[in-house]
Design a protein around this ligand. Sequence first.
Ligand SMILES: C[S@@+](CC[C@H](N)C(=O)[O-])C[C@H]1O[C@@H](n2cnc3c(N)ncnc32)[C@H](O)[C@@H]1O
Length: 282
Amino acid sequence: MNLAYSHREFSFEPEDHTAIARLAYEEAGIVLQPTKAQLVYGRLARRIRACGLTGFADYIALIQEDSEERTHAIDALTTNHTSFFRENHHFEHFMETCWPPLKKRLATGGRVRLWSAACSSGEEPYSLLMVLLGTDRQSAGALAKQDFRLLGTDLSTEILSSARNARYHADTVKTIPPALREVWVGKGEAGGAQLHPLLRQLATFRYLNLLGSWPMRNRFDAIFCRNVMIYFDDETKARLQSRLADQLVVGGFLYIGHSERLAPEVAGRFSWIGRTTFQKVS
Ligand SMILES: C[S@@+](CC[C@H](N)C(=O)[O-])C[C@H]1O[C@@H](n2cnc3c(N)ncnc32)[C@H](O)[C@@H]1O
């Protein structure tokens, strides 16, 4: 027997992995190669216990029937790793190049839309808000009165509730620059950290499967879609990037993760600006 499949508590056979991998691919576009068997086992064993079942065969039968438990399974299979100011060069570019004309537009009554697609627990959209607000709390009140929206979306319902609560472990907020931390981070429960309510009111979080239909009517001025495409195959990446291009205004910016690339069939719609930073040209 393959060592990857020999575990103590529940038996986990290659065909179990295949069934779960098929479901993760169909539901979320996530590719789970056989080398991920250990990860799949560890994450779903918790759900098997929570459901009071005795093994993977019963659990697979359950998630094929029960959409609520299927959601829990997909939640458990997603990797939500993120951090404040991750790949900070994107926030620097946003501040230097993207934001100044948008700020002017807002001041003259215009509309600005930003999207953090696959935002996980919110560190990415909140970092964006902190950079554009700077250390002035009053600027948050002013922005709230303008036609500004920052949308954060993710597939994982559990992680979205963390994003809405904006409560973080004290270590998590250490990557926020001290001057911004001083203004926007307060003390939370049990020694944790709580982001300022003014930040929370400026971000809207919604469930959205990047593979499904997108309800947004307006185009975005900037889209952060970082460190999610690494879980997708080439076909899914190309389709997603083409939809992201459709959803951006001409001249809008797309920021992708450090190990991600634009698919050849989409690359012509963007000009390369710098490290994993692209501007839509058509
Ligand atoms: C590694 S995190 C990246 C978070 C953040 N963008 C960053 O770069 O730090 C990947 C996120 O993608 C989400 N995700 C995975 N598949 C998705 C899908 N099909 N639609 C929407 N979100 C998805 C996961 O739930 C997870 O929160």
